[in-house]
Design a protein around this ligand. Structure first.
Ligand SMILES: Nc1ncnc2c1ncn2[C@@H]1O[C@H](COP(=O)(O)OP(=O)(O)OP(=O)(O)O)[C@@H](O)[C@H]1O
Length: 290
């Protein structure tokens, strides 16, 4: 398990993370969401021990994570193009897989080759001759086949075409069933990936503005649609995150638990309640404060 306590991080005078506290538990898939530049990659690199948290704490199974040998062998960070690839620019994909096998004791070479076939990736190709999409595919394969207890994918889908992304998502779910472990996945493709998530964390203004199970998160976002005046009355005092007026009809999205009273009012006044998809909830919540 990874625990973050009062984590602060800055690049020079620019504060990126401010007093972040949270937890990442075993056997769960976490979706890390946030607008461009909020600090997702920064947070993931801290979680992977690639840089040190100078203020606050990051613990791996109760002990400081940075330069902790147990954490180093248990956590893998996979992103579009990493140093291992660069060092191996003139090597073949099959050599990269063999190298990964030496480096990661649970790396499954047969599974990596099986995935390469599924993704139509020729393992005899040299690394510096790969398309951008295939570079991304390699990171997905390395992450899945490494079978490390904590697998972090930082926007690894970038450059992959739609069929490859779909294959990646289904392999990730299959792997999670075969060898349960923790996955932390940062993404902007919320609607495409939300079915993967057990937990959702939205990073905004240096903190998690939402940090809960996927189910709880989506149950909190509802759109009330009906007669404009009736909807305005029912939603008074609720946390409104989006409003749309369509002639005499109004659709108001609210965040938070809807009480029995509100639900009864909606039935009486013919106001439809629909749960917001995570993508819409993410846009509305993060657009709110710009
Ligand atoms: N090494 C660095 N030195 C200085 N500033 C940096 C450095 N790395 C990132 N930043 C800045 O820190 C902020 C957070 O960057 P980060 O890459 O963590 O965001 P992100 O949420 O992953 O963004 P995106 O979704 O666009 O990939 C950005 O403003 C970025 O410009």
């Amino acid at each position: 398990m990874i625990t973050i306590e009062n984590l602060c991080f800055s690049y020079g005078k620019t504060q990126i993370l401010t007093n972040v506290s949270s937890q990442f538990e075993e056997w769960k898939i976490y979706g890390l969401l946030g607008r461009n530049g909020v600090g997702k990659t920064t947070l993931l690199s801290l979680l992977a021990g690639a840089q040190e948290a100078k203020e606050g704490m990051i613990l791996f199974n109760g002990k400081p994570l940075f330069e902790n040998q147990d954490a180093i062998s248990a956590i893998g960070l996979f992103y579009q193009r990493n140093d291992l690839d660069r060092e191996m620019d003139h090597s073949k994909v099959e050599d990269l897989f063999k190298k990964a096998k030496q480096f990661r004791k649970h790396f499954d070479l047969d599974y990596a080759n099986e995935l390469a076939q599924k993704f139509n990736l020729k393992t005899s190709k040299r690394m510096n001759k790969l398309s951008k999409g295939n570079e991304a595919v390699i990171q997905a394969i390395l992450g899945l086949a490494s079978r490390v207890p904590v697998t972090i994918f930082d926007e690894v889908y970038l450059g992959m075409d739609a069929p490859s992304r779909t294959l990646f998502y289904s392999e990730l779910l299959d792997e999670q069933e075969r060898f349960p472990r923790m996955f932390i996945v940062s993404t902007h493709l919320v609607s495409e990936m939300e079915h993967l998530f057990d937990e959702v964390k939205i990073l905004e203004n240096g903190q998690f503005s939402l940090d809960e199970s996927y189910q709880t998160a989506v149950e909190k976002g509802n759109t009330l649609t009906g007669d404009a005046e009736a909807v305005s009355n029912v939603t008074k005092g609720l946390k409104v995150i989006r409003e749309q007026v369509l002639g005499p009809t109004k659709a108001v999205s609210v965040f938070g638990e809807l009480g029995e009273q509100v639900r009864e009012q909606c039935v009486k006044q013919n106001i439809a309640i629909s749960q917001m998809p995570l993508q819409d909830l993410f846009i509305a919540l993060t657009a709110e404060r710009g």
